[in-house]
Design a protein around this ligand. Sequence first.
Ligand code: MRU
Length: 361
Amino acid sequence: MKQSIMEYDTVALDDENSALVIIDQTQLPYNTEILHLKDQKSIWDAIYLLQVRGAPAIGVAAGIAIYLAAKEIDADNFDDFYKQFVKAKDYLDSARPTAVNLSWALKRMDDVVRANKDKSIAEIKEILHKEAVKIKEEDTWVCKTIGEYGLSLLKPGMGLLTHCNAGQLATSKYGTATAPMYLGHEKGYNFRVFCDETRPLLQGARLTSYELQESGIDTTLICDNMAPSVMKKGWVDAVFVGCDRVAKNGDTANKIGTSYVALAAKYYGIPFYVCAPTSTIDMNCASGDDIHIELRSAEEVTEMWYEKRMAPEGVKVFNPAFDVTDAQNITGIITEYGIAYAPFEESLKEIFAKKETAAKK
Ligand code: MRU
């Protein structure tokens, strides 16, 4: 029997072969191709090309990637080792700019290296291995907990809408925006979920509708420009989306098109929730204006997915991969330490205070 996509690891470490193992997401839903990536250039390309994508999954992949790079470093003193480690870290960090999880995971690995500089190189490599595994394991707990908080806001039979893929394919398990859907499904909540197809790279069509349908959830795919129509019909009780970077004031970068879903939801009086692991909240970023939005190639808009080019040669194209939803259009930010409400600057600080207290226990 064909293995369900839900049974695969989105991102894994193959210790025996020293490889980062991912599902090539550019080939879904038709081909489930598993890639074993061993060198840093292939890993950089996989992140840039969105073979592995979604903020938390990028973070998990980065943790594994920098461990693999460190394992290969041939140095007999810390300074030499650290110089090469930083070079590999900076290279990986340059693959994509918006999802903070990439630099978050690399910084976390850097922190453990510096905290253990008095240990032998072999011991430091072992500590990095443990930390990479921990980042992945934590992600599953984080997503499940976000799911439980999200589900506490919902009732059986509700209609939900999501944009892009903040699903299992974007995380270690459960997803963030989809976690309440999966946990509710296990409890027989019978949600009806609308997935925006998410132009131009079709993460909603190719990935979200695929994984939800494979899980047996009532799933309806719509084009991005149909969201207000289904909202007007009263078919949507709540919107759940993921995020790539949340600023201190609650402004949130997520896949392009998210901000217009938030505007429509506000107009129709529908709650709009951002599901945000604390690893995606950047308290060093004051507002959405400070978030670097990745610009991608024109071909993604003009010809990708089409049999032949669907736009005139030479036309100007603007292709930002993300947009920023203003905090004022967000009902709540659901984290693994609770739900933050406006004013977000204060509530997000409280979330991080809870995280700190939990870490001390
Ligand atoms: O360009 P992508 O596919 O990496 O963009 C992904 C998103 O925008 C997701 O919504 C976000 O990373 C959250 S994933 C839990």
